[in-house]
Write a protein that binds this ligand. Structure first.
Ligand code: TRP
Length: 357
């Protein structure tokens, strides 16, 4: 097992939005072309989604399909990236059972991501066991592929740390040589997290401040035109603030110099636009219209690709089925190796020792 193996995943609990694009999808597009990686896997972690959505199976099932559509429409290429469904690979859950022996309850309780999510969901005294143990399951997601590299957001660092601990313990206990996976953070720190359209730090469905990759043009327009800007910028003539102004934060991420020539030739680049806004005399409607054009240009090809696959859902099913089968074969190899190290590969070991016709 040489070369680098990349694995990452999403909890399918809704369609993906431009925050996902900036924070992870964009990077996955680069990584799927990076020759450093022998294999690239993207997991639809439906079991993990069920840990806090077990009573809404319809949502999880629908989200698995919608996320797959989102992947394909942004250009995740199934020839380069293996897309798989977690629950269809039972070997991952076998591995979870083995890993559970190597983690204490206190250790999971200390995991900052789990702590935070328990609070966020108001679980407190009523944490489902499945939810509580999902870091161990996630460690299996990663180790089941013997992954070396896991591109995720910063909030996932405690998950990776816990996974590395498990791998170290497994290796030390059973004389195995599983890879200790490393987190791979986006290079551009400013792109780590895109704020919501209302200026809140996080884009989330429950806050209603998201722009989905699948939003049609009119919906996009409405969302951009009602975006949060600078609350002190009341009259066009007022000087305005660029920092903390969501329209400019988005422009920083999405607009290129060419866009000015195309949509707003009276400015050369974003610096000129920002200077004018700071001086005063530039209205919010104008910058929002520009941002709408920029975003619409970005989303148009994504929408078109989505429409192509929406009209051919059987192709999406095929991608998922083939990807999952290919992924399962990989995990089966790793699990067999783990069982061998744990001395529970009974029949293979006994056949070798005693022989059989
Ligand atoms: N917990 C991850 C998130 O919320 C999703 C996930 C599940 C994942 N399994 C994974 C990420 C394995 C990386 C590797 O974003």
């Amino acid at each position: 097992m040489s070369g680098k193996i990349m694995l990452t995943g999403d909890r399918p609990t809704g369609r993906l939005h431009i925050g996902h694009y900036v924070g992870s999808l964009k990077q996955r597009l680069e990584l799927q072309d990076d020759p450093e990686f022998d294999k690239v896997f993207v997991m639809l972690a439906d079991i993990q989604a069920l840990t806090d959505n077990f009573d809404d199976p319809e949502k999880v099932r629908d989200s698995v399909f919608q996320c797959a559509l989102d992947y394909l429409s942004v250009g995740i290429d199934p020839k380069k990236t293996t897309i798989l469904i977690q629950s269809e690979i039972p070997e991952l859950h076998e591995l979870t059972m083995f890993f559970m022996n190597m983690v204490t309850v206190a250790r999971v309780q200390r995991n900052p991501t789990v702590k935070n999510e328990i609070k966020l969901r108001g679980f407190e005294a009523n944490v489902p066991v499945g939810f509580f143990t999902y870091p161990i399951s996630q460690a299996s997601d990663i180790t089941g592929f013997n992954a070396t590299t896991v591109p995720v957001g910063e909030d996932q660092e405690p998950m990776l740390e816990q996974c590395r601990e498990i791998v170290r313990k497994f290796n030390a206990t059973y004389g195995a040589e599983l890879n200790e996976p490393e987190i791979y953070l986006p290079k551009n720190k400013s792109a780590l997290r895109l704020p919501g359209t209302d200026g809140q730090a996080k884009m989330s469905k429950s806050l209603g401040n998201t722009i989905y990759l699948s939003d049609p043009e009119d919906v996009l327009q409405k969302k951009v035109m009602s975006m949060y800007t600078d609350p002190q910028h009341l009259k066009v003539s007022d000087p305005g603030h660029v920092e903390g102004n969501t329209v400019f934060t988005y422009l920083d991420v999405f607009c290129k110099d060419e866009d000015f020539q195309k949509f707003m030739p009276e400015y050369k680049n974003l610096d000129e636009l920002k200077d004018h806004y700071r001086r005063g005399g530039l209205g919010d409607v104008k910058i929002k219209k520009f941002l709408f054009q920029v975003m619409n240009q970005f989303l148009t090809p994504i929408r078109e690709k989505r429409a192509y696959y929406e009209a051919r859902p059987e192709l999406v099913v095929q991608v998922l089925e083939e990807g999952t089968a290919e992924a399962r074969a990989e995990v089966q190899k790793v699990l067999q190796y783990c069982k061998h190290c744990m001395k529970i590969d009974y029949f293979e070991a006994w056949d070798e020792k005693y022989g059989r016709k």
